[in-house]
Write a protein that binds this ligand. Sequence first.
Ligand SMILES: Cc1cc2nc3c(=O)[nH]c(=O)nc-3n(C[C@H](O)[C@H](O)[C@H](O)COP(=O)(O)OP(=O)(O)OC[C@H]3O[C@@H](n4cnc5c(N)ncnc54)[C@H](O)[C@@H]3O)c2cc1C
Length: 534
Amino acid sequence: MTDDTRTPVLVVGGGPAGLAAAAELAWHGVRCVLVEPRTEISHRRPRAKTTSIRTMEHLRRWGAADALRAAAPLPVAWSQRVTFCESLYGRRITDFDGAFGLTTARDDRFAEPGQQVPQPVVEEVLRGYLRCQPGVDLRLGHTATDLTQDPQGVTVRVRAGADPAYLIRARYVLGCDGASGIVRDQAGARYEGRHDLRPNFNLVFRAPSLDTHLGPAVQYWVVGAARDATSGLIGRLDLAGTWWAILPGVEAAFGTEHAGELITGLVGAQVDHEVLATDPWAARMLVADRFADRRVFLVGESAHVNPPFGGHGFNTCVGDAVNLAWKIAAVEQGWAPPGLLASYEPERRGVAEATVASAESNNRLLADVLPRDEAVIRRAKRAEFHSLGLVLGYSYAGSPVIQPGERPAPDVTSFTPSAEPRAGPAADVTMYTPSAEPGARLPHCWLPDGSSLYDHLGRGFTLVGPVGSAAGGVEDLVRRARRRGIPLALAEAPTSYPWRDEFLLVRPDQHIAWRAGDPAGIDLETAAGFAPGL
Ligand SMILES: Cc1cc2nc3c(=O)[nH]c(=O)nc-3n(C[C@H](O)[C@H](O)[C@H](O)COP(=O)(O)OP(=O)(O)OC[C@H]3O[C@@H](n4cnc5c(N)ncnc54)[C@H](O)[C@@H]3O)c2cc1C
């Protein structure tokens, strides 16, 4: 066995979290090795279908958003709707339009609309993207088996098929190996939380002749069926006759034996079909008790797991990856100290907990318990389909590398790691009010030339504001940045921007680190992690 690979960063796992981490590292020009056991990506287990506005904004930054949209079998223009009905052939109860951030209109609040696209397609597009990045060594068919840490780095044992195991030596290891990976245990972390005892049963089937008078929708919720009839979610995976379905409350053995009847129940009539795959699963609400151990970090589902309703799971994983990867890049490039990495967990734990709490709330009222009552459905399900407050409104306020200030009261309910869920209603995640408070995502706007404000941000920090008209203070900040070697770009705020008279120090992940009326008041060093005690 030889120590035959040395790399700044080893990414263990090539699901959405690992692929996004490698993409962010590549974007900053930092080399990494990614090991992933799956050589092929199966389309039989589509899992996530919702790529959020925020994930699409990250893909836009990497230059991969158009490739994902081109590969997505359901264009945004095809439908932006979720329909509740008695069956695909039955009565429409109500529609939620503009669900999951889907829109064909330009909206000042974001740079990209959401996209419905099966997770395997996202993974294929990201693999393709990474293959074109010279700094990424994508090792498919390779599995990490164990790791050891010392003050200088981490040594990871890796197996590839029947070949002898080999070692990878990395300065940092990102555990992107999902809920059943090895890194969480090896980092001494464990999940806290609870499991939903109700079973769910997923189906993927082909039915080219199946259509519905209800018109295009990305999800059809068949609700309120009488006892012994079928309730569940159903939708198209593509426009060529492949469908998915989720049947809440259905045990695996029953689902496997009665798949045809379940499809008939959702459709409302018999339809020619071929079952391609079945997948039983149960919802889990879990957050790890720690997200890091020295040079090893948990990213994505290795750190937290939430029910899929609301479509947040993989998007939160991508958010973790971006948050950590730019910081590692800054440390590797020498313009931030290793202490910056200590801000990863405080910044991402709150987001993970809010996401788990919201998804758990969505998971309480599924198709099998919802009545055929429009008012009840609209009240119960609005937050599941319109959750911009969660997708865009999360904040890193309170982080040691964010300007201190009045910490805003959390506007979303947090997860409690006990065995019992918190009593009472979930907070409203539907409200998103753009905010320039430190910690918030930079409020977006479109510029007169049609570009996004985000297109003008640098790969390091960016000072957004009236940079042309405040020469002295800006020059001083630029000088301070140069002395420290901190990359700092300047972006003039457009005249229509509500915060155009202020100076906003924006991080590589588009979050505001500091806000000041004068650049002299910006503590660039603290934002980059140089504050003592980190
Ligand atoms: C039915 C269903 C529907 C869902 N719908 C949505 C949705 O609409 N939107 C959404 O955002 N999310 C959704 N999710 C959740 C989403 O699928 C997960 O959140 C996401 O896959 C987690 O990404 P990850 O990269 O953290 O982990 P994973 O996707 O689990 O990836 C982990 C990777 O690590 C690899 N690995 C494991 N062990 C090792 C090892 N020892 N060495 C190296 N590699 C290893 C695995 O092969 C795998 O590729 C859904 C999930 C389910 C079950």
